[in-house]
Design a protein around this ligand. Structure first.
Ligand code: FAD
Length: 388
């Protein structure tokens, strides 16, 4: 009898798992890949679209160019998973049954219950979000003057927020646009998960790009034209992008599995409490001891490989492997510039912990290119090179 493996999502988790499963699964298995987008978006470079929407073609890769012919792709939105019946409910099509399921449908932007945060700001989680930000910034700049520049505010100074602010500055400088860019962070320092060395390097680079940084005061409300703080005076804005945090997808809210804020709890072998269901990427909280694995592309693509292998092992009744997150360092772009911190190159640590300039920029580009090459080919990765 054929065993059916179903993969949900076409991000790093989904695309990575599908390519690995195609290598691992035996002939008595059927692989079904479901996603609401029929392309993989290199999301960790999606901020580049804010500067130039033409980047879209370089960083969105059709699923047909990733999967092999034997894998069936279903272009639909997952609305629920029934673990008792082992079915995935779709918005438009018929339910899809599974023997093994890998959930990799990413995340939503957390609003933390802040008044107005769910309605007013842009978020950045997909192609339409990035294109929408570009359009609104362009319009705001067109309506502004040197005396009365457009105010574009980015809330949240993590990886997404810092890189978004960098692209806004790049757009401003390339078009000589009358825009003020402000980066807001609730905590005392930007890039809160980082140590003081990378925080200092990022702050220096961001201020060099003429981006104003406001820290140490949380946003308590957002209206259609103002951001209210706990202590500081309200800040009016023309465009507001909120990148403040990660929460699980609402489609997982009713799934009968252990979860926190809709992120499925998984053991280090990527299995949830249901041995037929694996969870990878931002929609999961994968046990790594004290802290779960971080919600990053780097963690998702590493975990996807092991989860796929473990599904093949589970089918053959072989023991599962544990996954240990291997932090290969941090690469952050600020427009055309980049900062590298604690990076490993071919398994070796770089001689300096934190650096910028061309070496950092090349490492940032090559990390994204390596990913594109892994799921497609080096020729496609090289075509994307300029956009990365
Ligand atoms: C601007 C920005 C910059 C970033 N920079 C970095 C960085 O420099 N380094 C780094 O490591 N990480 C970075 N990240 C984080 C990284 O992009 C995420 O951690 C990563 O995308 C998670 O991968 P994923 O596969 O879990 O989810 P995603 O990449 O979000 O993929 C989710 C997939 O599921 C699909 N999907 C969602 N809901 C449904 C549904 N209901 N039904 C069907 N399909 C669905 C989506 O269409 C998508 O294909 C950045 C993120 C952003 C937004």
């Amino acid at each position: 009898m054929t065993t059916r493996v179903v993969v949900l999502g076409a991000g790093y988790a989904g695309a990575g798992a599908v390519t690995k499963l195609e290598e691992e699964l035996g002939p008595e298995t059927e692989l079904v890949w479901v996603s609401e987008t029929d392309y993989h978006l290199v999301l960790h470079e999606s901020h580049r679209i804010i500067r130039d929407p033409a980047v879209e073609d370089k960083i969105s890769i059709p699923v047909e160019d990733i999967k092999s012919r034997g894998t069936r792709f279903v272009h639909d939105e997952v609305v629920d998973v029934d673990t008792d019946d082992r079915t995935v409910e779709l918005a438009d099509g018929d339910d899809v049954d599974y023997d093994y399921l890998l959930v990799g449908i990413g995340s939503e932007t957390a609003t933390y219950g802040i008044d107005g945060m769910g309605e007013h700001p842009h978020t950045l989680k997909n192609l339409d979000d990035a294109l929408g930000i570009h359009e609104d910034v362009k319009t705001a700049a067109r309506d502004a003057t040197r005396e009365n520049p457009a105010k574009v505010v980015v809330g949240g100074a993590g990886l997404s927020g810092i890189q978004t602010a960098g692209e806004l500055a790049e757009f401003r400088d390339r078009h000589n646009a009358p825009i003020d860019v402000v980066l807001v962070e609730a905590l005392p320092e930007i890039f809160p998960p980082g140590d003081s060395e990378i925080q200092g390097a990022l702050r220096h680079q961001i201020e060099n790009r003429d981006i104003e940084i406001l820290t140490d005061d949380p946003i308590v409300a957002a209206t259609e034209d103002e951001i209210e703080f706990d202590e500081r005076e309200a800040l009016s804005y023309d465009v507001f992008v909120w990148t403040g945090g990660v929460t699980g997808p609402s489609e997982l809210a009713d799934v009968d599995l252990d979860a926190e804020h809709n992120r499925l709890q998984a053991s280090s072998n990527l299995q949830t409490e249901d041995e037929r269901v694996f969870a990878v990427g931002d929609c999961s909280l994968v046990d790594q001891g004290d802290e779960p694995a971080p919600p990053t592309a780097q963690a998702a693509w590493q975990a996807a490989d092991v989860a796929a292998e473990n599904i093949a092992r589970a089918i053959d009744d072989r023991p599962l492997r544990a996954w240990t997150y291997d932090d290969q360092g941090t690469l952050v772009s600020i427009g055309e510039a980049a900062i590298a911190h604690d990076v490993e190159v071919s398994g070796f640590s770089a001689p300096v912990r934190t650096f910028n300039g061309t070496p950092a920029k090349m490492l940032k580009k090559s990390a994204a290119a390596r990913w594109i090459a892994k799921i497609t080919s080096w020729s496609r990765a090289m075509k994307a090179w300029d956009a990365l």
